[in-house]
Design a protein around this ligand. Structure first.
Ligand code: SER
Length: 886
């Protein structure tokens, strides 16, 4: 007997030996199919390979695929725990041929594996084929040597497998195992086929067609193969068990549950242990693949699964959160095959604990309400819809949990009444809805949100995904179609595009469909939960209901991630350097740079900025993984996560942590922990480098830091480097000597300026000592020095006039400075002995008016004025001379 892990590897190794590529399981949230809630078969990840849309480097493959069947089309949730073979989570083993081998080789490979490798007794096997598939019938006869009566023709859809309403499909052939006549049941196709004696173990699908629409079916480019074998079933068979829950893996999980509750898995307690073991698997794997409990879509299915398990834990007497305690046992069983489980263990554990803590707060009161409401009901009665809705709405009991709780007493729930109650509540919410801002537009978003629910955001894990168009909005109104050239706002059921929030700008990219393309220039969140893609149709047309592929601009998103993570690191470094009074006052995470405003009363010094930058870069170099967890706000804050004061957070928050502290109180602890819904790098090293550009004031007590990261930081540094090199070349020195050389040049320049200024003054005043004779004359017994000068700063004129006065001893000095642009400044100085006769102010006004100006001012011994017309300098001097002469 071999364990589940050995059986899985035997299967994969067998097909590898036979030329198949072992391909890892794809995530439970399908990336390539918007209509599918969860990956529910091995072929899902290969859908486009079958149809020829996608090429892979191999033509045959084998996988062990994680599958969830809960919610959506295939829903096994209600039965889990009460039957031998229902699971919400299971693994499907499969082999695939993409136009390589077909029926004969598929049958041969399958038959050899089960009869030779697995050693199953061939006499206990029988197969089914689609009733018209003579080829398969004959191949089973030839290859397996099965007699006619053990090859059963089935005319129903049981032997025609289709992925969904559309997609690859084809006739199939199933292999059954006969557990023996001690168990009731008949072979497939017989009236007793629902019995447990004959169990299907493997389904071989001969993929031949693609269902394009409901009516149209076309041939695939090449006939292909898709097979699916439930690992739990084959393990049960190989381990001599009839019941999947008796295989080694489930035994271990149930033993852990028995130990945690102290209750044996016997009698009517058995179902509860099974529910817990099964739901632990689906919850853990869903969380590891990015689904978190919520009230919508996939998140709500997860919540239903989790709460169902939690009620069963309560039934087993658990008084506090229990499910998370079983996680180590699951990781121990499955972590080697699925390393994502190990990586996400902390996240899964905290999410389970949080959900159970929260649910426990209302669980008991809900159960007691339920028991009061049903105390007078009997087998076959129905619980009213109003109570079921109250349990749902007030106590967080998903409908199926209430149904499950009443199952043993065979009491059903009035589903129509439940829906009525829900509708009534929605109508009330609608009546109370008041939009903010532009009412008409807001109302559109509210109505769309109500109709379709929130958009599911896939962008933490992927940058491209398929979605279905739910609405096209133009000019504030929903339209059925958008054509080439139209500006349009698009709502889809799920998207990898980040909607602007928390300072991070919305994503851009493209939305493509078979018939068209939209260029998305922005993504915004509207109506509390809708992601609205704002763009323009550049090709073809789009219709509501159409499947589309959404592709985020990867390069831009990478820069956004890097800038966002850098913002967290700078925030922590700022607190470390400036003090914990530093609080975030706003931020902008753009692709080309980041901006971060913090409360701090004074400008930061260059040294402080440098230390902040160094500290943040220290964490970049650690290349530490960036981890995200979902927690309650209280727990997050208790752990030291930084939250924005006044920000409205939901009950659960994403907490992003990165780096290991090196200095001070953070040494050895998580460096940055923040509540954040943004997108981040995987490891701090992805940021590359943080370069702070500077800081400035944005208001009283608020400073703004701007920085660049990664490539932008490198470009910035290269530019600086180029500049230094260019300067060095000009200066004819090595780049390392630039500072010294520039210092010397500055000093030399200062000296030259001083010398030049002296020389100019000397020149202006007529060169040598004692003034220049030619500019001095006597007018009516008064010595007059009149000079027009260029190249002298107007503010030096007064000083020169003083010099003139002392050289004259007694007299009047008039200086007209003419600037390069032709404007003139005039200064008139009168020695003290003459101020009684002449006023410098009057004289300078005369000069000014000759220069085309007006006014002038100063004191009687020194006055200054200006005028626009420097070409009139001689006239102005003459006018002053004339005034002296009287
Ligand atoms: N797709 C088929 C199934 O799910 C065979 O893998 O049964």
């Amino acid at each position: 007997m071999s364990g589940v892990n050995e059986i899985r590897s035997t299967f994969l190794d067998y097909f590898k030996k036979n030329g198949h590529e072992i391909v890892p399981s794809s995530p439970l949230v399908p990336r390539n199919d918007p209509t599918l809630m969860f990956t529910n078969a091995g072929m899902v990840q290969f859908k486009n390979v079958f149809t020829g849309l996608e090429q892979r480097p191999y033509k045959t493959a084998t996988t062990a695929q994680k599958c969830v069947r809960a919610g959506g089309k295939h829903n096994d949730l209600d039965n889990v725990g009460y039957t031998a073979r229902h699971h919400t989570f299971f693994e499907m083993l499969g082999n695939f041929s993409f136009g390589d081998y077909f029926k004969d080789r598929a049958i041969e490979l399958a038959w050899n594996l089960i009869t030779k490798e697995f050693g199953i007794d061939a006499s206990r096997l029988l197969v089914t084929v689609y009733h018209t598939d003579d080829e398969a019938f004959n191949l089973w006869k030839k290859i397996a040597g099965l007699p006619d009566q053990r090859i059963i023709r089935i005319p129903t859809s049981d032997n025609f497998w289709a992925m969904g309403d559309t997609g690859p499909c084809g006739p199939c052939s199933e292999i059954f195992y006969d557990h023996g006549d001690h168990i009731w049941g008949g072979p497939p196709g017989s009236p007793e086929e629902d019995g447990d004696r004959f169990i299907e173990i493997w389904n071989l699908v001969f993929m031949q067609y693609e269902q394009v629409t409901k009516e149209e079916r076309i041939d695939l480019p090449r006939p292909s193969i898709d097979t699916g074998m439930g690992l739990e079933r084959i393990a049960a068979l190989l381990q001599g068990q009839h019941d999947n829950y008796d295989i080694d893996l489930f035994k271990a999980l149930i033993a852990a549950s028995e130990e945690a509750t102290g209750i044996k898995a016997e009698g009517d307690r058995r179902a509860s242990h099974r529910v817990i073991a099964d739901h632990l698997r689906s919850s853990a794997f869903l969380i590891a693949d990015g689904v978190l409990p919520s009230n919508e879509g996939r998140g709500y299915v997860l919540r239903r699964i989790m709460r169902r398990a939690m009620r069963h834990a309560e039934l087993l007497g658990a008084k506090e959160p229990l499910i998370y305690k079983l996680l180590p046992s699951l990781v121990n069983q499955m972590g080697r095959a699925y390393p994502e489980l190990v990586r996400a263990e902390a996240l899964i554990s905290e999410t389970l604990k949080l959900e159970e803590t929260r649910f426990r707060k209302t669980l008991e009161r809900g159960l007691s309400l339920l028991s009061d409401a049903t105390s007078s009901l009997h087998k076959g009665d129905m619980l009213d819809g109003e109570t079921a809705f109250k349990l749902y709405d007030t106590y967080g009991f998903p409908l199926d949990l209430t149904q499950d709780a009443l199952r043993a007493r065979e009491i059903s729930v009035d589903l129509a009444g439940f829906t009525d109650a829900m509708e009534r509540q929605k109508a009330e919410a609608r009546a109370h809805w008041t939009g903010s801002g532009d009412k008409a537009t807001e109302t559109v978003w509210f109505e769309l949100k109500e109709k379709h629910g929130a958009t599911e955001f896939l962008g933490y894990d992927t940058e491209s995904a398929e979605g279905v168009v739910q609405a096209l909005v133009r000019d504030g109104a929903s339209v059925p179609e958008a054509k080439s050239g139209d500006e349009v706002q698009v709502v889809v059921n799920q998207t990898p595009f980040y909607g602007e929030s928390g300072g991070q700008m919305g994503d851009t990219g493209t939305i493509v469909a078979e018939g068209g393309k939209i260029v998305v220039s922005d993504t915004q969140k509207k109506g509390e939960g809708l992601f609205v893609h704002i763009g323009k149709v550049v090709e073809g047309a789009f219709k509501i209901g159409e499947p589309v592929t959404l592709i985020v601009d990867h390069a831009r998103r990478s820069r956004l991630r890097s800038n966002h993570s850098a913002t967290h690191l700078l925030h922590e470094a700022l607190r470390e350097v400036l003090g914990t009074h530093v609080a975030q006052k706003g931020s902008l995470v753009a692709p080309e740079r980041l901006r971060f405003d913090v409360s701090h009363p004074k400008p930061m010094t260059a040294e402080e900025l440098k230390t902040v930058e160094d500290m943040a870069n220290e964490i970049v170099l650690q290349n530490a993984p960036v981890t995200t967890r979902l927690m309650s706000v209280d727990d997050a804050i208790a752990e030291g996560a930084m939250a924005l004061f006044g920000e409205k957070y939901g009950d659960e928050v994403r907490v992003v942590s990165m780096g290991q502290g090196v200095h001070g109180p953070k040494a050895g602890k998580a460096y940055s922990i923040e509540l954040c819904g943004g997108t981040h790098v995987n490891a701090t090293g992805d940021i590359g480098l943080i370069r702070v550009l500077g800081e400035s004031a944005v208001g009283a007590g608020v400073r703004r830091i701007e920085a660049v990261t990664g490539e932008a930081a490198r470009d910035y540094l290269s530019e600086q480097d180029e500049r230094v090199k260019a300067i060095a070349a000009m200066l004819k020195v090595q780049p390392g000597e630039v500072t010294q050389r520039v210092e010397a040049l500055v000093e030399e320049r200062r000296k030259l300026e001083r010398e030049l200024s002296d020389a100019k003054r000397k020149l202006a005043m007529g060169g040598g000592a004692g003034g220049s004779a030619d500019s001095v004359r006597e007018i009516a017994g008064v010595k007059f020095m009149g000079r027009a000068i260029t190249g002298v700063d107007p503010k030096d004129l007064k000083g020169l006039a003083d010099e003139g006065k002392s050289s004259l001893g007694s007299g009047v000095v008039a200086l007209i400075g003419v600037a390069e642009d032709g404007k003139a400044s005039a200064v008139v100085a009168v020695t003290d002995d003459l101020t009684a006769r002449f006023s410098a102010v009057d004289l300078v006004r005369i000069a000014s008016s000759a220069l085309g100006g007006k006014g002038g001012g100063g004191r009687p011994d020194m006055a200054q004025a200006g005028g626009p017309d420097g070409s009139k300098a001689s006239e102005a001097l003459e006018a002053v001379a004339a005034a002296i002469s009287g």
